[in-house]
Design a protein around this ligand. Structure first.
Ligand SMILES: [Zn+2]
Length: 292
């Protein structure tokens, strides 16, 4: 009896060891930064899934695009083979638990039909007054019910992180004085068949780049003070070429290129985003969110 019990225990021990050997927590595997997201759909009272009341499918598709882009996923539009391009190892997950601890699909719907004329577009504090989850634990994204005529004119806006990285003063900081997150024109949220250069969900990829501390490649609109990242060729203006011998990187997410031609975050940009995620208030705390 004794002996067979010990053999059983040894077998269990071996089994446990072999599991941990091949497990996902291997120390060699690089860290993945996971961010819990809440999408506040501010709509004009349309039926679920039409107009500004975006379908769950469209929202899930947008999250997939983010993950394809930030993970440089093979076989997706976000893949590139550029020598300076990288896998940002940042993933986005629709919140599974609300700030109150309740199960959620990470989507909040706000019917603004009765006050549509008083909507304060692009005002973070206004949108936060409608719905806002603890910004220490969730990336708050609001879709704005802009009218059709704003298509291609208003895309999105993000608050930047609190950081002493050079250039972050160019990004408007949200907390602790103002609400923060990302606002996206609902027309440009996720993939759709609208006639626009911005119909594949890359507006959100770009805005989250700002949220994590990235500047446009032209930064302060001059060749020397641009984005403070070495492996993105300097630009002095969005619609001019490179300031250097190297060609401009028009496929970079931090340009204003059409959605269909973007697929690069460089290693330098990734390093900057990781620095923000590890050091900035309202960013480092995202990594331990109860929403994950
Ligand atoms: Zn921008």
């Amino acid at each position: 009896m004794m002996r067979s019990t010990s053999i059983a225990l040894i077998l269990i021990a071996v089994f446990v060891l072999s599991c941990s050997d091949s497990g996902v927590n291997s120390v060699d595997e690089p860290e993945i930064f996971r961010i819990s997201v809440v999408v506040h759909v501010v709509h004009l009272g349309e039926e679920l899934g039409s107009g500004t009341n975006l379908s769950e499918e469209r929202i899930m598709g947008q999250i997939k695009t983010l993950n394809d882009d930030f993970r440089r996923k093979a076989g997706s539009r976000g893949f590139n083979t550029h020598p300076d391009g990288g896998d940002a190892r940042i993933e986005f997950v629709l919140a599974k638990t609300s700030p109150e601890g309740n199960p959620t699909n990470g989507i909040v719907r706000i019917n603004a039909e009765s006050f549509r004329d008083s909507i304060q577009f692009t005002n973070f504090d206004y949108y936060a007054s409608l719905s806002y989850w603890n910004p220490e634990h969730y990336l708050n994204i609001w879709t704005e019910p802009y009218p059709e005529l704003s298509r291609g004119l208003v895309l999105g806006v993000a608050t930047g992180p609190q950081s002493d990285l050079p250039g972050t003063d160019l990004l408007g900081v949200g907390e602790p004085n103002h609400a923060e997150g990302v606002l996206i024109n609902s027309i440009h949220f996720g993939s759709s068949d609208i006639e626009s250069d911005f119909n594949l969900g890359r507006t959100l990829t770009h805005e989250i780049g700002h949220y994590l501390g990235l500047l446009h490649l032209w930064g302060e609109y001059d060749c020397t003070n641009n984005d403070y990242v070495d492996d993105t060729p300097a630009m002095g203006h969005p619609y001019q070429g490179s300031c250097e011998e190297r060609p401009a990187m028009s496929a970079n997410y931090m340009t204003w290129s059409p959605d269909s031609s973007m697929n690069i975050f460089t290693k330098g940009q990734i390093e900057r985003m990781h620095f923000v995620l590890e050091n900035s208030p309202y960013r480092s705390t995202l990594l331990n969110s109860p929403g994950l």
